[in-house]
Write a protein that binds this ligand. Structure first.
Ligand SMILES: [Zn+2]
Length: 100
């Protein structure tokens, strides 16, 4: 059980990241944004997104016994498995997280 303050911090951190992703998605949507903005946002934010994904994946390497160093699941762990799935099929996230 975590404290209310820690729960609030987790919520704010989560909202901060989701808000950032929503903004990048909106600003790189070629239907709503002009080409120069799409290019400028892509040039600055794609490297940041790659770094975030690489950093996340690097924490989930396999150890000598076949377990993830970070979450101790059998490797490939759920983090690696989801990252691979969504990189190969980005629309899959809609199926996996749709409330319908
Ligand atoms: Zn892991």
């Amino acid at each position: 059980m975590i404290s209310a303050a820690l729960a609030r911090a987790h919520h704010l951190l989560n909202q901060d990241m989701l808000g950032y992703l929503d903004t990048v998605e909106l600003l790189t949507n070629d239907q709503d944004t002009d080409e120069n903005t799409v290019l400028a946002v892509a040039r600055t934010e794609v490297p940041r997104l790659i770094a975030a994904l690489r950093g996340t994946l690097s924490a989930h390497k396999v150890d000598g016994s076949g377990l993830c160093l970070s979450c101790r699941s059998t490797w490939p762990c759920p983090v690696i498995d989801r990252a691979h799935t969504y990189l190969k099929d980005p629309d899959r996230i809609l199926d996996d997280h749709c409330p319908c």
